[in-house]
Design a binder for this molecule. Structure first.
Ligand code: SF4
Ligand code: SF4
Length: 55
C-alpha cells in the first residue's frame, strides 16, 4: 500500500519536506510517486485538508 493525494490538495507544500523518501512532487496538486512511498503517513499528519490518503 502507498499513499496518494486527492484533488482536495491546495498545493500548500506542507507535506513535501515531511516525506522521508522525497516521494512527493510539487505541482498544481502535489503528487506521490508510489514506488518511493513507504506508507509512513507523515504527509497525511501535516496536511490541512486531509488530501493524502492510503491508496
Ligand atoms: Fe512520503 Fe510517508 Fe507520505 Fe509516503 S506516506 S508520501 S513516504 S510522507
Ligand atoms: Fe496538498 Fe496537503 Fe500536501 Fe498541502 S499538505 S501540498 S494540501 S497534500
Amino acid at each position: 500500500m502507498t499513499y496518494k493525494i486527492l484533488n482536495e490538495c491546495i498545493a500548500c507544500g506542507a507535506c513535501q519536506p515531511e516525506c522521508p523518501t522525497e516521494a512527493i512532487t510539487e505541482g498544481e496538486i502535489y503528487v506521490i510517486e508510489p514506488e518511493k512511498c513507504i506508507d509512513c503517513g507523515a504527509c497525511a499528519a501535516v496536511c490541512p485538508v486531509d488530501a493524502p490518503v492510503p491508496a
